[in-house]
Design a protein around this ligand. Structure first.
Ligand code: FAD
Ligand code: FES
Length: 277
């Protein structure tokens, strides 16, 4: 693969200082930093974040703010994410990126579905849709109330732009009891949507893909695969004929159809072995 000037510039590691840390819930933190390239990120793009002495991992850009800062929002699941959630203001990390495709803000009525931290790459999209006065309905789902994220930001967008937001929790501790996908499907039966945007666990994305196809609604989905280089060279993030780091992470309906047999079924782990999703 030939690397363009754009790839080379974005791929250069920059050391940035953590300027602010926001606790989203007991497991999730948002880290703010300033970087001239990241502030231009499009909704859905991701960065590779290097935690010195630990690892380098992919994380979506959650927000870009008018003061020129950007953020990543990280859920603690293992060694690297644990190290990130323990960072304080003034600590340093490395960033490469932003990389990958982004969500396209199409016209018409939009349904946005996020499962837990799957909301992270959707936040800038929701903001963009709201500012364009596109009718947006958001469903954020989580296991329980302690795993929900961005409640304040979403409530502000309801107040400022009149978007609709529903929360679902599996145990009923907040919002509608049940799964985000069940609520989404019942909305789809009653209302017409022109496009669905989704990010979350891949089994959930698969469910949304199946009902979007059944209802003939356009879909854009953000997928995750194991990533090392993030610029299309190492092949560790393959899904069918695509590389998630450069062809994705956001895939449209046409591309999703081409990788249907892998979606919610198989992925490759860090050793390159094919494993169930
Ligand atoms: C495009 C993209 C965007 C992402 N955005 C976010 C986000 O905004 N917030 C967030 O909390 N998480 C995000 N993730 C997931 C995040 O990268 C993993 O949770 C993280 O790498 C886990 O590292 P760990 O050392 O803490 O855990 P580990 O114990 O090493 O791994 C836990 C899980 O994370 C997966 N993982 C580990 N390393 C990588 C890697 N290099 N690439 C992909 N997956 C990996 C493992 O396969 C395993 O399933 C994103 C992943 C991708 C591919
Ligand atoms: S991470 Fe190397 S090709 Fe995608």
């Amino acid at each position: 693969m030939k690397l363009s000037g754009w790839h080379i510039k974005n791929n250069m590691l920059r050391i940035v200082e953590i300027l602010d840390v926001k606790t989203e819930n007991p497991f999730v933190k948002t880290l703010f930093f300033k970087d001239e390239i990241c502030r231009l990120a499009e909704p859905g793009q991701f960065v590779m974040v290097w935690i010195p002495g630990v690892d380098e991992i992919p994380l979506s850009i959650s927000f870009t703010r008018p003061d020129g800062s950007s953020s990543v929002t990280v859920a603690e699941v293992g060694e690297a994410t644990r190290a990130l959630t323990r960072l304080r203001v003034g600590d340093l990390v490395g960033v490469r990126g932003p990389f990958g495709s982004s969500f396209r803000a199409a016209g018409g009525r939009a349904l946005i579905i996020g499962g837990g931290t799957g909301m992270v790459p959707l936040m800038m999209l929701i903001d963009k849709l709201a500012r364009k006065n596109i009718e947006a309905t958001v469903i954020e789902g989580a296991e329980n109330s302690s795993k929900l994220v961005f409640l304040e930001e979403l409530r502000n967008m309801v107040r400022d732009y009149g978007i609709k937001v529903f929360f679902t929790t599996e145990d009923g501790s907040y919002g509608v009891r049940g799964l985000a996908t069940d609520l989404a499907e019942s909305l789809l039966r009653r209302e017409k949507f022109d496009v669905i945007y989704v990010c979350g666990p891949e089994k959930m994305i698969r469910k949304v893909y199946d009902f979007a196809k059944a209802h003939s609604v356009d879909l854009q989905a953000s997928l995750e695969r194991y990533m090392r280089c993030a610029v299309g060279i190492c092949g560790s993030c393959t899904i069918g004929k695509y590389r998630v780091c450069t062809d994705g992470p956001v895939f449209d309906m046409a591309k999703l159809r081409e990788v249907e047999e892998y979606l919610g079924a198989f992925k490759y782990n860090e050793r390159g072995e094919k494993v169930p999703v």
